[in-house]
Every structure is written in structure tokens, then in C-alpha cells.
Design a binder for this molecule. Structure first.
Ligand code: GAL
Length: 689
């Protein structure tokens, strides 16, 4: 399921700007300097509710009228944000029921942001009013080219326990199940005497003793949170759609937890937006500072791993927008610290976005704010407002984009896709027997694909996924789909029969849609497809040596969890466990079916296992006839109108050597190149092959 209603006609550079943070006398020179740097779009207003509705029902449009008119005069385009991520103090004071609450039901105070819930009827009313007022007033303004809904829905928190959510949860369940009997059956409420006899007895799975939630209830809760966020987004999209100019787009900056993002895109957006901070902050999404780990520590690929999220976004919308691209050190006064991008890294990271499918890159933010929680979230310019090396690099990037203009709108070409779906993502979060496998393995697959130069997409499975969505990939990895449905099993089987190769890992297919186990030998509904069953399975004993597998004389670790497999029908055993008490049992089974095959691996996907699988399936060596590139350099292949381009990205602070096997056109320098090329630290090459 991929949707794209709007596509940028050419590569475009933007910047996030907050006119309300600066003296108005700075606006004109700021816009002039942006234009001189090659910036053509500003994103504004996403937190500025007070400026347009300072008191309930009192609307003032002059502030943004002045700013938008100035933009129109100067030829700057604008993405206008709806301000619903930060309800004003008059609103939360008068209607405290709009506040979100923590797991204990304790409401959040006003301040910070995203302190509201999606379900309070009065908040939905107030949101309708402000969004209608803004869309009605600014919708036809010539400077506007698009609308951003809210800001990063479900960032900061993706848990909701307000009283409004309690009530809405019951409505959601009534609509889903129709009767209490059906709900009791789906939730297995006979266990621990949870049977409900009145809808009013049902609460969100919040503060329970020892985190002993009912897992089926929590699965529905995560579906409910997604539905709440999506309908909140759709409510705004419907209003904007009525008032926006034809050709203007509706977007949001997304990919946060507990939202079915592909579905939200499908329902409400014209183009998907993402915020990318490849070096977010110390201690949050990097185990150690970049200086300490660098590449090659065997660790997490550092900033290169951002391509994983970008690929996930590409799976939702092939030509997306980056609404916030890191341009300086990240940091909050209260909880984060981070390093500045090194010279070359701003351009490299922005090129990483482009390589993965962004046709629009908007840097966060024009200038660091001199006050507030994010005064250390550095923008392009520092407080002193002087031109600096970061502005020079943004300018260079904008001029680079002109040189690689033919790639705009080109397709990212990948022979492999990681398969994901919302229910299994939720189940992995709820169920430690699933999550402990899924989360690290998803990263390992992406990392090994990067290191083996196997371009890798994401395929988001949904109820409306069609066979042709799957058939675009010769190989799919659906690592640990614990939850399986008949419809999905049939789709996967059809994919294999028409010639696809499907790789499945341990813990596949042992649950049904409500999260209850099926009373079938695993992989349950997939048995006919895998040509295998699981005799017994369990976690690696921590006190025992890691279980190993023999695959044609090569030894691999089968860490964390092992399914002891048995082959059936025409399936072949490719590898067997060679240690532990179940030594000799099959660990990897290949089952030919129709014109394709299914590989069932009984354990987790470590990088060595993946590397071997990629070689076995002929995925590696894709670029060998063209060039030799060290694994430390990323290759992204893009194709358009019969032309084939390779973008090479060096994430290291050292030069890297690339050897070409034939002459090629390098677009950034606009010259013919051959033989040995040296990529400078953080360098980028764009080759037409
Ligand atoms: C994003 C957010 C921005 C800003 C930035 C830096 O998550 O959308 O408003 O907060 O991070 O923290």
C-alpha cells in the first residue's frame, strides 16, 4: 500500500522558520539570505495557535498576513502548519479534559507540547474551529504551497490514558466487537476472572499490578491509539481539503509509534513527511558519541542507520518530503545534548535523504532560538546571526541538487524488502517473546543489507495489499510474523507460487489476529507454504553456550531463540543445529513451491547468517561489474526513463577509495571518471552508469 497524490516537480530545499521567534525587522533579511542560499520554501506556524486565536473565538490574522505577503513578494513558498500540537493556555485552563494523562490517569500540566488527547470532544471542536479559520483565511494565499497537519503526532508520547480516551476506547470496542460476548472471547477474559458484563466496566490497560496486562486488550488499545490519531489527522485533512488551492498538498511529519502510518497516509495525506536527525543526540538513539564509535566498531552504523527509517518512509510514499533535516547539534535544556555535524555531514545527511527518496529537504531550523526548551537545538545559524560554515554547506547542497536534477522523481531500486505490518509491530511491543527477536533483527537485516550492498526496501502489508505489491521484489524477509491471518497466508503463498523467495524466521505464525495462540503445529496457517513444522522451541539458556548451526560445513550462531524444525513434503534441510540437546534437528528448511521457494530459518537473523543468506540467494554482487566499493560506503541505485544512477555516500571521517570498471559520468563535478576515485571524508558521488 503506497500512496502519492503529490510529487515535487523538482528537487527543492526548504527551511523551518518561526517568524514569531524573531523581531519582525529580521524577516526580510532572513528571507533574502535564505533565497541567496537556494532555499525556496519555509515551513511555518505549527506551534503558533495563540497568534491566530489569542482568546477563545477571537481570530487575528494580521501577523501571518504580513509574513505571507512578504514571502509572496520575495518569491518564497510556504508550508503552513496547523497549530494543534500546542493548545493554548486559555484552552487547557478552561477545558482541562483536553489534557492527556499518564498511565495512572494523572493529567499532564500545560506547557511542553503534545499535552492534549485526540478524543476529548471539545478539543476536536476547538481544532475544527482553528483549522477552519486558518484554512479559510490563508487557503488561497499565493505564497502557500502546502499544509502540514499538527506536528509529529505521537512523538513525545504515544500513550493515552485521559478520561476522554477511556470513553472513546469503549466506543471503539463496541464498534469492533458488537457484543460483550465477542469481546470476552477475543480477550480471553476467562483467564484471571476478567469477564466483562457491562461496557462501563472496561478501562484502558493502564496502571495494572506488575505490568500484568491482558495482552489481547493491550493489542486492541494500540489499535485504538492508532485509530484515534488517524481520525484526528483526517478531521484536519478534510477541512484543509475544502479550502486549499488545487495543487497544494497536505502532509504531516510522521513515523511515530502506535500509528499505522501507511494507513494514515492513505486516508489523509497527499505526500508523506519525515523528520530526520541522523545524529539526534548523545545517549538517546546512539549508544556512544560518534567520535568514540565511528564506523567499524561492529555496532550500529551510527548516522548511516537513518537510512532504515527513510526506507520505511519510502515504503509508504516513494517520493517523500523531509520536513526537518538536521543542520546543527541537537539538544534540549532539560534532557539532551549532542554534537554538531562535522564539516561535510550536513550535506551528506541531506544527500542520504535524497538517495532514499526525498525530493524536498527542509532544514531544521533557520536559526537557533535564543530562548525556550530547545535553545540548544541548533539551526543553521547561531544566535549571533552571522554567516557560518553550516549556511555555506546548505548553500552547497542546494547547488548540488541542481546538478543532480535528472534524478528527481527517479525510483529507488531494491531486490529485497523487509515486510512489516501494524499488528505484528504492536504484538512485538506487547510480547517480549516476540519483541526480543523482532526489533534487533529488523536492524540487523537493514545493516547487513547495507554492508553487503543489497539495496533494501520496506513493504508494509495491510488488508488491501495486493499480490503485485509483493511481486515487485524477488526476495522478501518477513522475520518473525507471530500474528498470521488466512488472507495474509494466502497472499504470501501466491507470492511464492509466482516465483518469489520468502524468508521467514522463528516464532512465525503461532498467533491469530486477536493475539491468541492457534492450536496448530507452528507455523500454523503457513505450514503448507514453508513445508515445515516446529517440533519444539524456546529461548537460549543464558548459562549455556550459544547454540550453533552447521550450514554446509560453515558454523553460525543461532542466538536468542531456536525453533527445532522438521521438513515436510518436498522440503529440503539446508542446515542443522550442531550443538545443544537438539543437535541434529533442522535449523533451515527450503521449500520449493510453484515457481518460487520459502526459506524457514529456525532462529534469529544475525548479520553472519544474513550475509550467508544473501550470498545463497544471489543478492550480493549486484554492482560488481560496475565498480568496487568498500562496505563502508553506501550505494543507492536510482532509475528513471531508462537511465541508471548510483549515489555513493561516505559516512566516515576518512577518505575512501572506489574503483570503477568503466568510464562513467559523475554529476556533481560534471565530469567523466574512471579507474580509481577517492571519496573525501563524508563525500558523495553521483554516477550515471
Ligand atoms: C522535532 C520537532 C521540532 C523540534 C525538533 C528538535 O522532533 O518536530 O519541532 O522539536 O524535533 O527537537
Amino acid at each position: 500500500m503506497k500512496k502519492q497524490n503529490y510529487q515535487w516537480p523538482e528537487y527543492t530545499v526548504g527551511v523551518c522558520y518561526y517568524p514569531e521567534h524573531w523581531d519582525e525587522s529580521l524577516w526580510a533579511s532572513d528571507l533574502d539570505r535564505m533565497l541567496a542560499a537556494g532555499i525556496r520554501v519555509v515551513r511555518i506556524a505549527e506551534f503558533a495557535w495563540n497568534l491566530t486565536e489569542p482568546e477563545e473565538g477571537v481570530f487575528c490574522f494580521d501577523f501571518f498576513d504580513r509574513f505571507l505577503n512578504l514571502c509572496a513578494k520575495k518569491g518564497m513558498k510556504v508550508i503552513f502548519g496547523t497549530p494543534t500540537a500546542t493548545p493554548p493556555a486559555w484552552l487547557t485552563k478552561k477545558y482541562p479534559e483536553v489534557l492527556n494523562a499518564d498511565q495512572n490517569g494523572l493529567p499532564y500540566e500545560h506547557g511542553a507540547r503534545r499535552h492534549y488527547n485526540y478524543n476529548a470532544p471539545i478539543y476536536r471542536e476547538k481544532v475544527k474551529t482553528i483549522v477552519t479559520a486558518l484554512a479559510e483565511h490563508y487557503g488561497r494565499h499565493p505564497a502557500i504551497c502546502g499544509w502540514q497537519i499538527d506536528n509529529e503526532m505521537n512523538c513525545e508520547t504515544c500513550e493515552f490514558y485521559s478520561e476522554a480516551d477511556q470513553a472513546a476506547f469503549r466506543v471503539f470496542l463496541r464498534e469492533s466487537y458488537g457484543s460483550l460476548d465477542a469481546l470476552n472471547a477475543a480477550w480471553g477474559t476467562r483467564f484471571w476472572n476478567q469477564t466483562y458484563t457491562d461496557w462501563a466496566q472496561i478501562r484502558l490497560p493502564g496502571h495494572v499490578l506488575n505490568e500484568g496486562w491482558n495482552p489481547h486488550q493491550r493489542l486492541d488499545y494500540l489499535r485504538f491509539v492508532s485509530e484515534s490519531a488517524r481520525s484526528f489527522c483526517q478531521l484536519q485533512a478534510n477541512i484543509l481539503r475544502r479550502y486549499k488551492k488545487p495543487g497544494d498538498f497536505i502532509t504531516t511529519n510522521a513515523l511515530f509509534g502506535h500509528i499505522d502510518n501507511p494507513k494514515m497516509n492513505e486516508e489523509s495525506l497527499d505526500i508523506f513527511g519525515y523528520d530526520t536527525y541522523p545524529n539526534f543526540a548523545f545517549g538517546l538513539n546512539r549508544s556512544e558519541p560518534l567520535e568514540k564509535t565511528g564506523y567499524g566498531s561492529g555496532g550500529d552504523l551510527n548516522d548511516r542507520l537513518s537510512g532504515k527509517q527513510l526506507s520505511e518512509v519510502r515504503g509508504i510514499c516513494p517520493h517523500f518530503s523531509i520536513l526537518e533535516q538536521q543542520s546543527g547539534a541537537g539538544g534540549w535544556v532539560s534532557r539532551m545534548e549532542g554534537p554538531h555535524p562535522r564539516p561535510g555531514q550536513i550535506r551528506l545527511w541531506a544527500m542520504q535523504s535524497v538517495a532514499h527518496g526525498a525530493d524536498f529537504v527542509s532544514f531544521f531550523r533557520w536559526r537557533s532560538c535564543t530562548f525556550g526548551t530547545e535553545m540548544y537545538w541548533h539551526g543553521i545559524l547561531d544566535y549571533d546571526n552571522r554567516d557560518n560554515r553550516r549556511l555555506r554547506e546548505v548553500t552547497e547542497f542546494a547547488s548540488d541538487l541542481k546538478k543532480i536534477a535528472p534524478l528527481c522523481g527517479s525510483a529507488y531500486v531494491a531486490p529485497l524488502a523487509i515486510v512489516k505490518d501494524y499488528d505484528n509491530a504492536c504484538d512485538a511491543e506487547i510480547d517480549v517473546w516476540h519483541g526480543r527477536l523482532s526489533f534487533p533483527d529488523e536492524s540487523a537485516i537493514y545493516q547487513q543489507a547495507q554492508l553487503s550492498h543489497v539495496p533494501c526496501d520496506y513493504l508494509h502489508l495491510a488488508d488491501d495489499s495486493e499480490l503485485e505489491d509483493l511481486c515487485r521484489y524477488p526476495v522478501l524477509i518477513y522475520a518473525h510474523p507471530a500474528i498470521m491471518t488466512e488472507a495474509r497466508a494466502a497472499l504470501l503463498k501466491a507470492y511464492v507460487e509466482q516465483g518469489g523467495t520468502l524468508i521467514l524466521g522463528c516464532r512465525t505464525g503461532y498467533k491469530q489476529e486477536n493475539g491468541q495462540a492457534v492450536m496448530l503445529p507452528p507455523p500454523g496457517m503457513l505450514r503448507e507454504l514453508t513445508g515445515s513444522t516446529v517440533r519444539e522451541s524456546g529461548f537460549q539458556h543464558p548459562a549455556e553456550p550459544t547454540v550453533t548451526v552447521d550450514w554446509n560445513g560453515e558454523r553460525f550462531e543461532a542466538s536468542v531463540f531456536q525453533d527445532q524444525l522438521e521438513a515436510e513434503g518436498g522440503a529440503t534441510v539446508l542446515a542443522r543445529y550442531d550443538s545443544s540437546w537438539f543437535a541434529g534437528m533442522p535449523a533451515l528448511i527450503e521449500h520449493p513451491l510453484g515457481s518460487g521457494r520459502c526459506l524457514h530459518w529456525g532462529s534469529t537473523f544475525s548479520r553472519p547468517v544474513l550475509s550467508r543468506l544473501f550470498t545463497y540467494l544471489g543478492l550480493t554482487g549486484r554492482f560488481n561489474d560496475l565498480l568496487d566499493v568498500p562496505e563502508t560506503v553506501e550505494i543507492a541505485e536510482r532509475q528513471k526513463d531508462g537511465l541508471r544512477f548510483l549515489m555513493l555516500l561516505n559516512y566516515l571521517p576518512e577518505a575512501q577509495t572506489v574503483v570503477l570498471h568503466r568510464q562513467m559520468h559523475e554529476l556533481l563535478e560534471d565530469k567523466l571518471v574512471s579507474d580509481k576515485l577517492t571519496m573525501p571524508p563524508f563525500g558523495v558521488l553521483v554516477l550515471e552508469v
